[in-house]
Design a protein around this ligand. Sequence first.
Ligand code: ADP
Length: 474
Amino acid sequence: MLPREDIHNFADASLEIILKFDDHGNVLYANASAKGELGYGEELTGISLDKLLPAELHLQEGGFSLEAALQMTEGMMYRKNGTCFPVQMAVKQGSGQNLLFANNIAQRVETERKLVRMKEEMEETLKVRNEFVANVTHELRTPVNGIRGHVTNLLENGVSGEVKGTLDIIIRCCDNMSAIINNILDFSKLEAGKFVIEEKEFNFYKMVNHTVETNIPAINGKGLRIMVNIDKTIPEYLIGDELRLTQILNNFLSNAVKFTSVGYINIEVTKTVQFDDEIELFFVVSDTGIGISPEEKDKLFKSFSQVDASITRKYGGTGLGLAITKQLIELMQGSVHLDSEKGKGSSFSFSVRLHVAQKEKEENLVSEHFEFINQNQEMPGYDNVEKFFQFGTPENVQEIQGKMEKLILCMEVEAWDKAENFAHNIKELLEQAPKDLKRAAFRLEMNVRKADHDKSVEQYESLKAVFEEAIGGM
Ligand code: ADP
């Protein structure tokens, strides 16, 4: 055993407060840290622990209780000058001599208190911000709906062609504005963790059909093709948040339409897991559009991020859609993935977990009522997409001829918005063509953009002639 002096030397070197006391609570020895922290000199020896830890030990009526002292783990230790500090303690019992080890945890407690205060402040700021967002978006929604309503009235009362064009643009602007307002509101709710996923019964096939249907005008307007394939083993009635699932699917689909000018959009839905009434569905939305490079991929799914500023100018949007979609998918216990190659199209896939409803399956409903679902057309892989753009391939020629037919029709009925899309498609499809053809396609697009009927028809005929000559000679 070490001599007492050595033990005291070791104890004095410790940063911890060490006190030795008898069974009556009288201090027999105090190390240097104890004296320093408590502001005592040698007189600390002989003092009762009651005085140092009054709150903890005075709780026991009838004075010092060794039993109570042995229970102490945390408390307030008092200095000679009456000030106090929080400590963490351990008390060890010996025969007639006991040891108390204590650490001053004032700094830790203060840090914890600061953290709690910061968290409360952050929560308060977030709350104020969310209330502000909720109020502002509500205030914005009212006038936007008002404008839209009045313009719809004007359109219903019959207006001239030119005015109708302007009013249509106003309606489209209102719809864009409403979509942005909804996105901001959703984003703020998701951030505040206030988003609740509903659990209601819905018809899954109807939901997909409706989502596709709302995008059909845009798909047709751009002359794209769409295919939808749903695994027939998916029950018709499911339980989940129909509105949010629609929002997720619609976001991928409308992006696919927005960023594709030639080719196809394909939607596939398969059942990956079904256990009892739980079901996991796997969706793939692929397109033959502009694609996304690996560097750009990392930026996606983050709020307010679009792959580059030119995208915002050309296609609009807030860059909130995918960030919201990703969080919604995660709330439905799923995940999202992107496969893409710049210039060759994108394929977004995601899974969600839903429940199967108890309802009977209504036979044949799917095939009878859903025109877009399970159309068995061949969807070309990414490799084939190149053939669209490679001048002179059968795919390229056929695509150009198709677009030319649609273009002349649109020009004849003066649907200039659509005509501009087709003229743009044709120009893209002729990207690898000889110079004279490329120039003709460029001039055609310019005239169509100016909505100049006569010049557009003239330019159309001239492009057609050069095109037929070029492919005739191939
Ligand atoms: P936004 O509301 O602006 O469309 P999103 O979050 O939905 O925002 O999309 C963010 C960006 O991701 C888009 O601006 C675009 O650059 C890119 N993106 C999304 N979907 C596609 C797609 N199918 N093809 C190419 N780029 C895409």
